[in-house]
Design a protein around this ligand. Sequence first.
Ligand code: MN
Length: 211
Amino acid sequence: MQAETYPFVVRPLPYEYDELMPVLDEETLHYHHDKHYKTYVDNLNSALADYPELQKMSLKELLTNIEFLPMNVRVAIRNNGGGVYNHELYFDSMKGVAGQDPVGDLAEAIQRDFGSYKQWKEQMKQAAVLRFGSGWAWLVSDAQGTLSIVQTANQDVPDLDVYIPIFLVDVWEHAYYLQYQNRRADYVEGWFELINWRKAARRYEERGKKK
Ligand code: MN
């Protein structure tokens, strides 16, 4: 993901549209992936279309240099570039319901930094449910491996020069409204069952190895 440059392309889901049932149904995933996420990709490409020098930059480079971008595309790149980054990680962080538990070094780090899986889950749930308005709740690591939970508004990302995102949950209404209406807490509770802990453990173990 991080080495790609303009033109950005829509990545297919790494599972079938019905594979996340019953937590997320096909209609929700079709809208979320095929329409919402695709729109961010299209709008990011439009924002970059007239800027050959920006077309050489990776998504991470764009998102960590927002304040140096040309004024008239800065907001569009922040919102749509963040939208692309966040959705690609969100979709890639899930798998079919399997009742998986945290694995590897990540499981130990959760114990160490949050006390227990249960305490981590409670804090993550609070971050997601209490995020006011649209945004995201993230599990991130620093380069040393210390974990923390952060929230971002809209399509913002944490400081990607400091934090390595492990996974995140989308709490924009478009992520859950078709199925859950205003019951965000029920959607978040279900989302915990979808976490792909194997991929999460790999992201954690590879932190800092990628540029
Ligand atoms: Mn979304």
